[in-house]
Design a protein around this ligand. Structure first.
Ligand SMILES: [Zn+2]
Length: 268
């Protein structure tokens, strides 16, 4: 089914309209113990809320959707639910997992998302945390992934999202060098237009109720600011403890699934 073109009503463009990008991963038909997988019924409730928020008269924070990793459920479950509501989204694909890793999309599926009108971006080659990569590894994670996506889809790919949300100045410079004009992070913050070189996102956990998500869009922005403070504290903890130790502890507390790379913040 072709995607209906999203248009922002004219009266809403008369005042500054900021964006809040939400980050989803995998959609499951049943309950999940993996923190960042969301049950499909809950996901539908989120989507219905986002449609209502966009339609609200006093909307000044416009919700946008993104998906990381390229899980098969994104094309099988999420895409039809988005299409039935006329919503677009950005899908960030782990290029080296495509066609090779169980549970993740093949190239035909990525192509079908692109042809349906969704935007495709890169999410590294093998989902390595970019801050841990040598210069040669950065070449593969950033350059090879972009070129492969472009080759398979026949379009230019200029956006990427950071595996695990990890970046530093060296990584961001390498992203620009590799041809990305926008890097999507996991820093929870609202964005004004035009978007800058880095774009913040709220990482949505499967346990987040729509009522709680709605609070993020309240005009005073209190909850979003609180999340931003908490994120900065976590970043400071990582800097103190070392990234690897922090990732290990986080995997424990966020119930990372054994045998998968998708778990906790280490695999956003
Ligand atoms: Zn990821």
């Amino acid at each position: 089914m072709p995607l209906r073109v999203e248009s922002i009503p004219e009266e809403k463009t008369r005042r500054p309209l900021r964006r809040l990008f939400l980050l989803y991963h995998e959609i499951r038909s049943g309950e999940s113990r993996y923190s960042y997988a969301i049950e499909s019924g809950m996901f539908e409730r989120h989507l219905d809320l986002l449609v209502r928020l966009r339609e609200a008269q006093d909307c000044d924070l416009w919700p946008e959707l993104t998906f990381d990793d390229g899980h098969s459920s994104d094309v099988e479950i999420a895409a039809p639910l988005l299409q039935s509501r006329g919503l677009t989204a950005r899908f960030f694909i782990t290029a080296g997992w495509t066609e090779t890793k169980t549970g993740y999309m093949g190239w035909a599926e990525v192509r079908s998302l692109h042809e349906a009108g969704f935007t495709i971006g890169a999410h590294g080659w093998s989902h390595k945390l970019l801050t841990h990569c040598s210069d040669a590894e950065l070449q593969t994670e950033l350059g090879r992934s972009r070129l492969t996506l472009e080759d398979k889809l026949g379009v230019s790919v200029t956006t990427m999202s950071l595996p695990g949300g990890r970046a530093n100045r060296r990584v961001l410079a390498a992203c620009a060098e590799a041809g990305y004009t926008q890097v999507y992070t996991s820093v929870p913050r609202a964005e004004s237009l035009p978007l800058g070189a880095t774009v913040g996102r709220l990482n949505v956990a499967g346990s987040m109720q729509p009522e709680w998500i709605a609070k993020l869009f309240q005009p005073d922005g209190r909850i979003l600011r609180r999340l931003g403070r908490r994120y900065r504290m976590k970043e400071a903890a990582k800097a103190l403890m070392g990234d690897r130790l922090y990732a290990g502890l986080w995997a424990l507390v966020s119930r990372k699934e054994p045998g998968t790379d998708g778990g906790g913040e280490g695999a956003e």
